[in-house]
Every structure is written in C-alpha cells, then in structure tokens.
Design a binder for this molecule. Structure first.
Ligand SMILES: [Zn+2]
Length: 267
C-alpha cells in the first residue's frame, strides 16, 4: 500500500515528505486528531499530516505560514515541528536526530571551508565528534525511524570524511562542485613520457621481491603525490581549475601504484 493510499478517503490529508520508506508528516492544526487516526494505523508512520481542504496558497495553515517565512538557514524538526537551524543535527527542543540535508555538501557536513587546503587534524577531530554523537548505542532505545536516520547520517558522514581526507578524492569532489567532471580512465593531458614512466614503475614493482624494495618504490611515489598535492592546492588557489584537473589526473596514476604497494606489503 502506497503512502497516499494510506489516507482515509475524504480526509483530505496527504503526506508532504518521504524519507526512505517512511514518511515525515506535517501537522495541520485543525485536522490533527482526525488525520492521525486515519494515517497511523495502516502506514505505521510517526506523525502529522498536511490538510489540503484549505488551499495552502490562499489560506496557509499556521505551520505553513511559518515555513514560508523561514529562511534557507532553518527547517522544522520532524518530531516536534519546532524551527531549528539547518546545521543542527539534533533538535534543541526534543533532542531528536534530524535527517541529513542532502542539498548540503561534504564540506558543510564536516563543518570545514569549501577549499582544497583542509586542515586534516581538524577534519579528523570533527569526524570523530560527529561519529561519537551518531554512535548506534545512543539510538538503541529510540524509535526505528530515528535509528534509520542515524544510519543515514552515519554513512553520509563516513563517505564525506573518506572523500575529503584523501587529496585525490577531495580534489575530484571539489572540481565536481565547480561543474568539472573527472572521467575515470581519461588520458587527457597525459603525455607519452609520463605514461612510459608509469609503465616503468609498475614493472619495477612487479619485479620487486622484498618488502624493502617495495617500500622504496612506495616512498618515491608518495613523494611525487605530495608534490602534486601542493601543485593542486596552488592551482585551486589561483582558480586554475583545468590545471588542478591535470595534476589530479597525474596523481590518480601514482595513487593506483600506491594501492598496489599497500597490497603487496600486506601479509
Ligand atoms: Zn524537535
């Protein structure tokens, strides 16, 4: 049964937002009681409905008037409907965890400047703080709906952290925010001498037999990646996005070699 089908015919109430397989319902003051009864049982959803008996644009319900006046910096708590700032993870009034705002990017989520030059220590600290407040133990006694939100928030934070931590993925992500796509396997801006060098390093890695030899190759490549990270940083600072893309393409090849080095050294 779809969510809309779960509303009793003639009640005039519709869900206004869906998250996953569940719904967040908005309250219309006049029909709260009736609509709760109509909706709660079949759909097993948690709260509220929007009443469409009164055309909202002609005579908006109180919560809707409030919503229309709200800036992009605020939203309504799914649980108690109080107005909260968008960056707030928990409602200051009822302490419910809020659903992730997918329109905001990873930099916003981890509360750092939208720049290639991130402070890794600060990023790690913010990540740890967020993961602590989203720890599953904290939600074990909460309703399933809120547990689902905590899973969504937690995986989003993990994804954001992983993306922003590595210079390569951070650079690619930042380019994406500027509308520049980075196609996998592209050889754009790659010249023959560079490809030859990569082939040679791969060959050395295949022939290396001891951990020390493999590590040495890894150290050389790591050094090159560090230099490229500086190049990418400068390019972004100058606003030279095509330059940043070129350095990132090169970095991708070296990063692939570093991954092979790690696999070879692991027992
Ligand atoms: Zn609340």
């Amino acid at each position: 049964m779809g969510l809309r089908d779960s509303v009793l015919p003639g009640s005039g109430c519709v869900p206004v937002m869906e998250i996953g397989c569940r719904a967040v319902w908005r309250r219309c003051a006049g029909h709260w009681r009736t609509c709760m009864a109509a909706v709660l049982s079949p759909a097993k959803v948690t709260r509220g409905v929007m009443c469409v008996r009164t055309p909202p644009l002609l005579s908006p319900a109180p919560w809707m008037r409030r919503r229309l006046c709200m800036s992009a910096q605020s939203r309504l708590c799914w649980s108690c409907q109080c107005e909260i700032r968008t960056e707030e993870l928990f409602c200051p009034s009822c302490r419910s965890l809020q659903p992730p705002d997918l329109t905001r990017g990873y930099f916003y989520l981890l509360n750092c400047d939208r720049s290639f030059d991130v402070n890794v220590q600060e990023l790690q600290k913010k990540y740890r703080d967020l993961q602590r407040s989203l720890h599953p133990d904290y939600f074990s006694q909460k309703p399933q709906f809120e547990r689902d939100i905590s899973d969504q928030q937690s995986s989003l934070v993990n994804k954001a952290y992983k993306t922003l931590l590595s210079p390569l993925s951070r650079g690619i992500y930042l380019l994406g925010l500027h509308g520049i796509t980075f196609t996998e396997g592209t050889e754009e801006g790659i010249d023959a001498p560079f490809l030859f060098e990569i082939l040679e390093v791969n060959e050395q890695l295949n022939e290396a037999t001891t951990d020390a030899e493999i590590q040495e190759i890894g150290n050389d490549v790591q050094e090159k990646c560090q230099m490229l990270t500086e190049n990418v940083k400068e390019a972004f600072q100058k606003g030279d996005l095509e330059g940043a893309k070129k350095f990132l393409t090169t970095m991708k090849y070296y990063t692939n070699i570093l991954e092979q080095v790690k696999k070879k050294i692991l027992p």
